[in-house]
Ligand binder design. Structure first.
Ligand SMILES: NC(=O)c1ccc[n+]([C@@H]2O[C@H](COP(=O)([O-])OP(=O)(O)OC[C@H]3O[C@@H](n4cnc5c(N)ncnc54)[C@H](O)[C@@H]3O)[C@@H](O)[C@H]2O)c1
Length: 462
């Protein structure tokens, strides 16, 4: 572990330097980015009147997408769900019918009885298949909600920005550095076009987190020296879907997207990104290197694709501050989802229930419970920004946190120390912009139906 060394820069300078570095690399590394600025489709967002109906397209109609659509419909002012797109028809129809029954599931406790009246998605605006996102975006909407698996986020976001749409998109924003660079290029284009972009790292919209992190940054617990963060749970909300002989390899992998790292980024990207994002927020910068270990100990069957079931990563920031990160999905172990910050004059315990600052083991501040779900707040903020033309673009931060998670995965898959700069500049692309079921999956199983699993000490990722 690198000894903690005082930085020659103060906190603001450090963060500015770090951000500048990130953006500089992004600009250099983005081949596809220029197309966004020169596209004939490009147009600037117009100012939205307070009483104007905002039409929304939902792309990726799963659990979270359905919840995000309901939250968009629950924001102030007239909003209509106007179009839906999903790779699979059954997913789209079950999302739509659950919203029409005003019973859409776990992410939308604020849904009101008037929900059904805000849904206007006739069959001709339900788009099935891998090119459905384009049709939904081109169906006359103002806002695209992009919640398909993360591998497609760069493709979908790029298209939406190109078409001049405001965007809410879920984390993570990509599964490889190529995707992160594409997201950054589109984020810059969105800024140019005055488009508003929200990202589903909802802790940024929790007053408890906001207040705790502001106090940490003001020095209430002294200088931050080390952090620990955890996303240790029993199992993900996803179960593997059985292989059907009649469907293609690409369809099979998309039905099981969570278990393939080219699609999900592995669970260090899928879930643990929230904790990594909080630690980066505390530091106001991203780490410069990572080393770690991980593997598949329990979830070993071929139905679980190629992702690990545990990762432990030591991240180091530019001033020597360390972040010890753990994520595990194994039943019967201790569950914990939280971040801990050690300062030279106190410490902080951060979590979605409550955030606490302590000194000498005594509480010096504790947040009240958040008055409203941050899932709703993040949409309220986005739609308010659209209606009032306020600056709002969370894509750069989302890209930074996504890259942090990818960096951790590269470290655990290889067992090597990986620098941010090498990881970020990597040309190794995992994903494909699949547009049809005829397209090949970028990963093939062997004749036993098994997928190659990363092996530390052997696997090369850069
Ligand atoms: N912020 C949060 O707390 C939070 C919580 C849950 C999920 N999420 C994120 O939301 C995203 C979706 O997760 P989910 O739980 O809703 O998954 P899900 O499997 O329920 O939904 C994904 C949907 O996308 C569809 N899809 C797949 N490929 C597509 C493509 N190319 N084009 C259009 N649709 C496609 C699938 O058929 C499915 O209906 C993930 O990135 C996840 O990390 C965020």
């Amino acid at each position: 572990m690198a000894p903690h060394q005082p930085s020659p820069l103060n906190a603001d300078d450090r963060s500015t330097a770090s951000r500048r570095n990130f953006i500089r690399h992004a600009a250099v590394g983005t081949a596809g980015g220029t197309a966004i600025f020169s596209s004939p489709l490009a147009r600037h967002a117009h100012a939205t009147q307070a009483d104007e109906t905002l039409k929304v397209a939902l792309i990726g109609c799963g659990g979270r997408g359905t919840g995000a659509a309901v939250q968009a419909l629950s924001t102030e002012g007239p909003v209509k769900l106007w179009a839906m797109a999903d790779a699979f028809g059954d997913r789209l129809e079950s999302s739509l019918s659950s919203m029409q029954r005003a019973n859409p599931g776990r992410y939308d406790r604020d849904a009101g009885p008037s929900l059904a009246s805000k849904i206007d998605v006739p069959p001709e605006r339900r788009f099935i298949g891998l090119d459905g996102f384009q049709k939904a975006i081109n169906s006359g909407v103002d806002v695209a909600i992009i919640t398909a698996p993360p591998a497609f986020r760069p493709q979908h976001f790029e298209y939406a920005v190109n078409a001049g749409k405001h965007v809410f998109m879920e984390k993570p924003l990509a599964t490889d550095a190529h995707g992160v660079r594409r997201i950054l290029a589109s984020a810059a284009a969105a800024k140019e076009k005055n488009l508003k972009v929200g990202v589903g790292l909802q802790r940024h919209h929790s007053p408890a987190y906001q207040s705790a992190i502001q106090q940490i940054q003001e020095g209430v617990i002294g200088r931050v020296s080390t952090m620990r963060c955890f996303w240790n749970t029993s199992a993900p909300a996803k179960n593997p879907v059985k292989r059907e002989e009649s469907i293609s390899e690409l369809q099979h992998q998309l039905r099981n997207w969570y278990f393939f790292h080219w699609l999900s980024g592995d669970h260090i990207c899928e879930q643990h990104i929230h904790n990594l994002d909080v630690c980066n927020w505390v530091m106001n910068q991203h780490p410069i290197k990572a080393e770690g270990m991980g593997g598949r100990q329990v979830r070993v069957g071929k139905e679980y694709g190629d992702i690990y079931d545990h990762h432990a990563v030591l991240y180091t920031y530019s001033d020597g501050t360390t972040m010890h990160s753990y994520c595990r999905q194994i039943r019967g172990c201790k569950n914990l989802v939280a971040e801990y910050v050690e300062g030279t004059n106190g410490n902080a315990e951060l979590g979605t229930n409550r955030c606490t600052l302590l000194r000498d083991r005594k509480t010096i501040w504790q947040s009240p419970k958040d008055p409203k779900s941050p899932y709703q707040s993040e949409n309220d903020v986005l739609f308010h920004a659209i209606r009032n033309d306020l600056p709002h673009n969370e894509a750069e931060n989302g890209a930074m946190s996504t890259m942090t998670a990818i960096l951790g995965r590269l470290a655990t898959y290889t067992g090597k120390v990986i620098s941010w700069d090498d990881a970020f500049a990597s040309d190794r692309r995992l994903t494909v912009d699949a547009m049809s079921w005829e397209d090949a999956a970028p990963l093939e199983p062997n004749d036993q139906g098994e997928y190659p699993i990363a092996m530390p000490g052997v696997t090369k990722v850069l």
